[in-house]
Design a protein around this ligand. Structure first.
Ligand SMILES: Nc1ncnc2c1ncn2[C@@H]1O[C@H](COP(=O)(O)OP(=O)(O)O)[C@@H](O)[C@H]1O
Ligand SMILES: O=c1ccn([C@@H]2O[C@H](COP(=O)(O)OP(=O)(O)O)[C@@H](O)[C@H]2O)c(=O)[nH]1
Ligand SMILES: [Mg+2]
Length: 241
């Protein structure tokens, strides 16, 4: 009873929190429980409790646009926890879990892993973190991903960073990345670029229409790109303390 009260009260206070989808309530509730540690909230009638909500940025852009590179800088400078969806999936593959083989096959084909799998990995990472500020890098990759996240987590991002990079440059960077990834080859990359256009861009457009997107010109030296990013993140510092 008290938890339900907390949930609805926090959703009024913080616009990033949505009302819960009924059949997903247990996940959403568990998610919220984790953040009931910091801020005092009270209302008329004497009810008082501590509520902490996560501050979330989605970091989007094509393969090789520099998401991971810039996220590392943001995490270091501003104290965010960097959650790369691709890294979470690769860790799952390395753990030899039941789902690992199917995830590996999907990544090799440049396709998108089922939403439920990725969202649950992100959810677990958030729940097990002591931090409340998260960069979710490379997710959502489709409208279906986005909707699954909002339903399961009962939350949407506070803002979105979009690294806008010409295809030619992305191809050059991915083929030179040299991290031994199974998907950094020209055949898989072509498929990833097609999926980026057909499925990722609609997500960016969705958040553009909501006024949540900060578009970054991803061409230039890493440090110069970070100088575009820095004031954007700094402008949210008050909101995510
Ligand atoms: N501004 C940049 N200019 C040139 N190369 C870059 C730049 N930013 C990142 N890189 C390199 O390009 C490759 C892809 O960057 P990465 O951050 O992994 O991108 P993403 O996560 O978007 O795929 C990496 O090898 C990285 O070192
Ligand atoms: O939410 C996600 C994130 C990644 N992937 C898969 O993992 C691959 C690598 O993703 P990552 O973000 O690491 O690639 P990057 O954009 O950084 O090159 C993608 O092509 C997809 O096959 C996915 O299915 N869902
Ligand atoms: Mg990356």
């Amino acid at each position: 009873m008290m938890r339900r009260h907390l949930a609805s009260y926090s959703s009024v206070l913080f616009s990033s929190f949505r009302s819960y989808v009924p059949n997903q309530a247990p996940y959403a509730l568990k998610f919220l429980e984790h953040f009931t540690t910091e801020y005092y909230v009270s209302e008329k009638g004497g009810f008082s409790s501590k509520v902490r909500v996560p501050f979330i940025s989605f970091v989007l852009g094509g393969p090789g646009s520099g998401k991971g590179t810039q996220c590392a800088k943001i995490a270091h400078t501003f104290g965010f926890t960097h959650l790369s969806a691709g890294d979470l999936l690769r860790t799952e593959i390395s753990s030899n879990s039941e789902k690992g083989a199917a995830i590996l096959e999907t990544i090799k084909q440049g396709k998108i892993v089922p939403s439920e799998v990725t969202v649950n990995l992100i959810r677990r990472a958030i729940e097990s973190s002591q931090n409340h500020k998260f960069l979710i890098d490379g997710f959502p990759r489709s409208e279906e991903n986005r909707i699954a996240f909002e339903q399961i987590m009962g939350a949407e991002p506070n803002f979105v960073l979009y690294f806008d990079c010409p295809e030619e440059e992305m191809v050059k960077r991915v083929l030179c990345r040299n991290e031994g990834r199974v998907d950094d080859n020209i055949d898989t990359l072509k498929k990833r670029l097609k999926i980026y256009e057909s499925l990722n861009l609609p997500v960016i457009n969705y958040y553009l229409a909501k006024g949540k997107v900060h578009k970054i010109n991803a061409i230039g030296p890493e440090e110069e790109i970070f100088e575009q990013v820095r004031p954007i993140i700094a402008s949210y510092e008050g909101a995510c303390k």
